[in-house]
Design a protein around this ligand. Structure first.
Ligand SMILES: [Zn+2]
Length: 414
């Protein structure tokens, strides 16, 4: 079967209607049972029935991890977001500390991701996520079980032990961080094994750490491991996952994702970069609009895998690292993408102001004045960063130094 379930192929209109229903239900139930939500709604003079569309959610504040920690400190253990009468299966702890009364084991957490990666019955999966305190180990374990895989709960045991498990148990799939898989592969080499020839690991699903394209290429070409990225946050569970097309991450059916301007909490148009804000439909913990602090954008175009959900275009960085130009974020990771297209031309962005307008200047190193280069640079930049360059200043090679800031923000706001 291509999809985990038929929800993944819902027409977009039907998905949106269902999203609104679920959000309304959550607001309604939360208002009746959660002290925090009731207070929040009352202070804002909103009634649950005022939430009629996804846009209406914008009336509620975005809650960052820092804010959540603060709220839980003043109102332990769950900040008043919980239904105190609801039975809780398990409680996870993440740094802060943040306490999470968690969804039950029967939830589909991460199962969509593993299914999309082709993991299922017949696979023996090594789960190298931490199993104690945090949600990771057990929830990834649950997802693997849900798709029918046999799980080896190796957690964060040492690399030598992991190599032994992979060998003895004929492990076919790995889940954990990319850097840990690479450390295991290296250890296998030191132990005299040829990872590709001697072992059966052919799939890997990563989370909790960015997968660098160069590392991905090594896994896939050198070790013949098909790699997939998964994205989530401990407060809200799984959020998005890669399908076999590997062109963006499909948003899970159990969450609502908004891409917002962190300054205003309002949504930005599809395709624009903004903060990833997640609401998980949850009947016991009413955390509406959790701000992840991660930057991404929505890809609306249909995916050739047939899933109809919107996709996230990877994670472009953290909100604090990006600079806003004419209301649009430019993140260092986007600049690295531009740099990959122009390997011989170092560049630097200068953001200034003329009157009430932002002015974006690019200092571009080039040997000769090549109008073609300038044009293609402008086009690529616009395509990747969505922002238009106002002025290109061509400078001689060697003008920009290794340690120069990629973005100089010269605006003053006084
Ligand atoms: Zn797809």
């Amino acid at each position: 079967m291509i999809f985990f379930d038929d929800q993944e192929a819902l027409p977009c209109g039907a998905r949106e209607r269902r999203q609104v229903e679920r959000i309304r239900e959550m607001a309604d139930r939360g208002y009746r049972t959660s002290r925090r939500l009731k207070r929040m709604f009352d202070e804002l003079e909103i009634r649950p029935e005022d939430i009629r569309s996804l846009e209406d959610l914008e009336r509620l504040p975005v809650i960052s991890r820092e804010k959540l920690i603060e709220m839980e400190l003043t109102e332990p253990p769950y900040g008043g977001f919980e239904d105190p009468a609801a039975p809780v299966d398990r409680i996870f702890i993440s740094p802060g500390p943040v306490y999470e009364p968690h969804l039950s084991e029967s939830d589909v957490l991460w199962a969509r991701a593993y299914h999309a990666a082709g993991i299922g019955p017949g696979d023996v999966a090594l789960n190298a996520f931490l199993y104690h305190m945090v949600a990771a180990g057990l929830t990834f374990h649950g997802g693997l079980r849900r798709v029918g895989a046999t799980v080896v709960p190796s957690g964060t045991s040492g690399t030598e032990a992991q190599v032994q498990l992979i060998r003895d148990l004929a492990v076919t799939a790995f889940t954990g961080t990319p850097s840990f898989l690479m450390a295991i592969i290296q250890k296998a080499g030191e132990m005299g094994y040829d990872f590709r020839r001697d072992f059966k690991v052919r799939k890997a699903c990563f989370a909790a750490e960015p997968l660098q394209p160069s590392l991905r290429e090594r896994f896939e070409k050198e070790f013949e491991i098909d790699t997939y990225q998964m994205y989530g946050a401990t407060e809200v569970g799984d959020v998005a996952y890669e399908c076999r097309e590997k062109k963006g991450w499909h948003i899970c059916e159990e969450v609502l994702v908004e891409i917002v301007d962190p300054a205003t909490g309002k949504r930005v148009p599809h395709g624009h970069l903004g903060e990833v804000v997640v609401t998980r439909y949850n009947p016991i913990f009413f955390l509406l609009r959790f701000g992840t602090g991660d930057l991404s954008r929505i890809v609306e175009e249909p995916c050739s895998c047939g899933r109809t959900s919107h996709r996230l275009d990877g994670i472009a960085g953290r909100v604090g690292d990006a600079v806003k130009v004419r209301g649009l974020f430019v993140a260092p990771s986007q600049l690295r993408k531009v740099a990959e297209k122009f390997p011989g031309n170092r560049f630097q962005l200068i953001v200034g102001r003329t009157g009430h307008e932002d002015l974006l200047t690019v200092r571009l190193e080039a040997g000769t004045t090549d109008p073609g280069l300038e044009r293609s640079f402008r086009d690529s930049f616009r395509e990747i960063c969505t922002v238009r360059i106002d002025r290109v200043e061509v400078v001689a090679p060697g003008t920009l130094k290794e340690g120069d800031k990629p973005i100089l923000d010269q605006r003053t706001w006084t």
